[in-house]
Design a protein around this ligand. Structure first.
Ligand SMILES: Nc1ncnc2c1ncn2[C@@H]1O[C@H](COP(=O)(O)OP(=O)(O)OP(=O)(O)O)[C@@H](O)[C@H]1O
Ligand SMILES: [Mg+2]
Length: 289
């Protein structure tokens, strides 16, 4: 019997809705309904329905171009910055539609932070990288005027910098050089600094798009440990190309496949040990991708 394949070499398969029905205890941080994303006329995501639980790690996996980054960017409206992008359907964060007209985007992105594939620290000191967000939001004030008026928050800033660097498992390595330029740090340190910077504005969710793919194995394992720790306090959604990484650090896994379909979503152990979709099994076992 010959098996029909798609242009990408994946076996043809009817997607069953129950493959993405994942029942979990507790509340959903995000509820996504019938989400379609287009770039001009090209459809990048198709009818995505998914609930993402609070205070846990959700991994997004799938071959290149299947829409993982597009999906992640829908969760804090980063796609708004892409002129060609158009979104249909709904995304609720804590039961509130984030695409409503009354949504404050600065506040939304403070609550839902993002860490990118390439570490992108500001060309400023380590301290300033962390204090930047809270200063911008007016949460700490160390300027000349505030000093003259006696409202200097320097001590609070010191505490914040230390707390965030500790939270990102970087404090021990940089505590004696907080005023050095962040660009002098190694790639792995820069990425942890970006995580510390994301923590500084007191987010509720951290979205990560392949945060360790540019790093060596030791730096990668530090990021992995950190992600697991962060999930005790935050909701983490992470895109990764690394199956072992997804299996190690996530609680639930969503598998996207070619064409922008969410094909399977569930408990990470179940997805990796006993996937329901043949295409997901083929992808996980390295038959395509
Ligand atoms: N800014 C953009 N403008 C036009 N098309 C885009 C844009 N960003 C992504 N796309 C298209 O949308 C589809 C999904 O892309 P996306 O970057 O979300 O995939 P991905 O799963 O993150 O891939 P990768 O694993 O390579 O990062 C692709 O066909 C891509 O070419
Ligand atoms: Mg991507």
């Amino acid at each position: 019997m010959s098996v029909e394949t798609t242009v990408n070499g994946e076996p043809e398969e009817q997607i069953e809705t129950e493959w993405t029905e994942y029942g979990f205890g507790g509340d959903a941080a995000f509820s996504v309904r019938d989400l379609d994303v287009y770039y001009d006329d090209d459809r990048a995501l198709r009818s995505i329905d998914i609930d993402i639980p609070e205070e846990s790690v959700t991994a997004l996996i799938g071959p290149s171009g299947c829409g993982k980054s597009t999906f992640l960017r829908c969760l804090n409206r980063m796609n708004d910055r892409i002129r060609a992008a158009r979104i249909e359907g709904s995304v609720a964060f804590r039961d509130r539609d984030i695409y409503g007209t009354d949504v404050d985007l600065v506040e939304l992105r403070r609550r839902i932070g993002m860490v990118f594939q390439q570490p992108n620290p500001f060309p400023k000191s380590i301290r300033d990288n962390i204090a930047y967000g809270p200063r911008k939001h007016g949460d700490i004030n160390t300027g000349l005027l505030s000093r003259l008026l006696g409202g200097d928050d320097r001590e609070r800033e010191e505490e914040l910098v230390e707390r965030c660097l500790r939270g990102a498992a970087l404090w021990e390595e940089v505590s004696d050089r907080l005023d050095d330029n962040a660009l002098g740090l190694s790639g792995g340190q820069q990425q942890r600094l970006c995580i510390a910077r994301a923590l500084a504005v007191d987010p509720e969710v951290i979205l990560m798009d392949e945060p360790a793919s540019a790093l060596d194995p030791i730096a990668t394992s530090k990021i992995e440990d950190l992600v697991e720790d962060l999930a005790e306090e935050y909701t983490v959604v992470i895109v990764t190309h690394n199956m072992q990484q997804a299996a190690r650090i996530s609680d639930q896994t969503a598998v996207f496949l070619t064409g922008g379909h969410l094909v399977e979503y569930g408990d990470t152990d179940q997805i990796f040990e006993n996937p329901q979709s043949q295409r997901v099994e083929d992808y996980i076992t390295g038959k395509f991708g």
